[in-house]
Write a protein that binds this ligand. Structure first.
Ligand SMILES: Cc1cc2nc3c(=O)[nH]c(=O)nc-3n(C[C@H](O)[C@H](O)[C@H](O)COP(=O)(O)OP(=O)(O)OC[C@H]3O[C@@H](n4cnc5c(N)ncnc54)[C@H](O)[C@@H]3O)c2cc1C
Length: 524
């Protein structure tokens, strides 16, 4: 990626309005900036913190149609998401992999019931299907899921969806946007909108590192700020009501011994009617999730005690080895930016995951709701509106078959954690070989190499220790204690690469230590 200072210089020196300005560097915003730049529009994206600091690094890591939405009868959403799932796998085979899920059946009717539903899921995916679903025997279920609770087990159903590393996908999409001459930058916060004759003509934004303020003009401004969308809508119209209902979901990360093997577990109906997953991710297991309405949007949402208990208890019902608090390696929460339906009584698990594109009277375009899986379609819809609002040249969307940065046709994604870098991997391995031949790993347990830190600073606009340990690598999300262990070495590597002093290292360590405490579970 470009050096951050290069993007700042471009912002300073641009006098003509940008064609498209996107606020928010999550899946929706980065996808939108990519759609715009690949159509040839001069595009700038501003993110207030790091790319993916919000919800887009905190998902369950599934690229899925959503079996659950099929049960709720939301056929159009499932159709759309299955198509997008297929396109994501085609365009980013180095980042998305085919993941098999097993639904364990404890009642005689569950097998045939879920098999019929999943056959419909397969048919809806059509040519973009990832493999047929089928009913499996009790023995085969135990064979695929060696740690599954056997008492009362009748059999299972196996089906396929996609799985990915959300934060890495985001960085690769940002790189793709740059490959198409778009500009993206982190740590620039939009604090106000600029209007001319009551129409939006740009934004006021502040560099969070230097406090420099910019007035940036644009023909179309897109609000892609997820759970923060109401803040921008209220900059436009202080009287605007709330469009977003944040719904929190938490995940617990455990050692791989709790699952053993490459198959995930899907529980279609927990005691309170939700869906629960146990999914292998790198060499750990992710358990989740919950669906709890919260009042306030925050960049670091805090898991509730009852959510932790619920996930552990539910996992314990399905696993031979009951996980306890002492087994949790990391704990993280995210907020779903659900588009409010206006019905306060509706429970969050019933609120539609469809996205909405809205244009305000002043011309502010807001794209809200949706899922990671549908980011591309959300972006396409937002830019179609932006063309009308900004009176831009009509140009067709190109992202259906646009390879994502690093695309390689035959990645070893099942076996090598470095394969998420795709075509860039050899350059990182070369740095590692050159500089760290005798001691290549930052964390051997997590498979993180020292050169990944150098690469993150040089090529991926990582500015802080948190950027490197939470999103460029996933250390904090995979094992918070281990991330604290490797933090001093990572900070030293960053400082050497950027010519920063020991004071910088100390500040970064202090800040990261405080943050990592939130990902460690309270043993009480
Ligand atoms: C628990 C959970 C599990 C999920 N699992 C899945 C899954 O497995 N598969 C799937 O497809 N989807 C999943 N989702 C949904 C998916 O993660 C979200 O729909 C998606 O990440 C939302 O992306 P976004 O860009 O809209 O929001 P965000 O990622 O939150 O991005 C918004 C960005 O805007 C920035 N911003 C806010 N205000 C400003 C400002 N004033 N100036 C500049 N920038 C600003 C924020 O810092 C933030 O980075 C899950 C969601 C949750 C909560």
């Amino acid at each position: 990626m470009r050096d951050r200072s290069e993007v700042i210089n471009e912002i300073r020196s641009t006098t003509e309005p940008w064609d498209i300005l996107v606020i928010g560097g999550g899946a929706t915003g980065i996808g939108t900036a990519l759609d715009a730049s690949s159509r040839g529009f001069r595009t700038l994206l501003l993110e207030q913190h790091d790319f993916g600091k919000g919800t887009s690094s905190r998902s369950t890591k599934l690229v899925h149609g959503g079996v659950r939405y099929l049960r709720q009868g939301d056929v159009s959403l499932v159709f759309e998401a299955l198509k997008e799932r297929g396109l994501m796998l085609q365009n980013a085979p180095h980042l998305v992999r085919n993941q098999s899920f097993v639904i364990p059946a404890y009642d005689w009717w569950e097998g045939p019931f879920y098999t019929i539903g999943l056959k419909v899921y397969d048919v809806m995916a059509g040519k973009l299907g990832l493999g047929p679903s089928r009913l499996i025997s009790r023995d085969e279920t135990i064979n695929l899921l060696p740690t599954i609770e056997r008492k009362g087990l009748k059999g299972g159903i196996i089906y396929h969806d996609g799985q990915f590393d959300d934060a890495r996908m985001l960085i690769s999409l940002a790189q793709t946007c740059e490959d198409h001459n778009g500009f993206v930058i982190n740590y620039i916060r939009v604090i106000d909108l600029v209007k001319e004759k009551n129409l939006i003509s740009g934004v006021i934004a502040v560099d969070q590192e230097t406090r420099e303020e910019f007035r940036i003009n644009a023909k179309a401004v897109i609000n892609a700020t997820g759970v923060f969308a109401d803040d921008i809508l209220q900059m436009d119209n202080p009287e605007a009501g709330n469009m977003i209902r944040p719904s929190q979901g938490i995940h617990l990360v455990l050692d791989e011994k709790f699952l053993q093997g490459q198959h995930a577990i899907m529980v279609p109906q927990t005691s309170d009617g939700r869906v629960m997953f146990a999914v292998p991710w790198y060499n750990k297991v992710i358990l989740g999730t919950t669906d709890t309405l919260v009042d306030r949007a925050s960049l670091e949402p805090q898991p509730l005690e009852e959510e932790i208990d619920f996930v552990l208890e539910t996992a314990g019902q399905y696993l031979t080895r009951n996980p306890g608090r002492q087994d949790v390696l990391s704990l993280f929460a995210g907020l779903r930016p659900l588009a409010a339906s206006g019905d306060d009584e509706q429970s969050t698990k019933e609120i539609s995951r469809h996205h909405k594109v809205m244009v305000s009277v002043s011309g502010l375009i807001s794209v809200i709701g949706g899922k990671w899986t549908t980011y591309r379609k959300m972006a396409e819809d937002a830019i179609d509106y932006a063309i009308m609002v900004g009176e831009l040249l009509e140009r067709k969307c190109h992202t259906h078959h646009l390879p994502v940065h690093g695309f390689v046709s035959n990645p070893e994604i099942q076996v090598n954690p470095m394969s998420v870098y795709g075509g860039d991997r050899t350059q990182i391995e070369d740095i590692n070989h050159e500089k760290f031949r005798d001691d290549p790993f930052l964390s051997e347990d997590l498979g993180i190499k020292k050169a990944q830190v150098i690469w993150a600073v040089r090529e991926e606009m990582a500015r802080t220790l948190e950027d490197v340990l939470a999103r460029r690598t996933r250390a904090l999300f995979l094992d918070a204690k281990e991330s604290l262990q490797i933090a001093p070495e990572a900070a030293r590597l960053m400082a050497t690469e950027s010519g920063l002093d020991p004071q910088w290292i100390q500040t970064q360590l202090d800040q990261f230590n405080l943050l990592a405490m939130r990902y460690l579970i309270d043993q009480a």
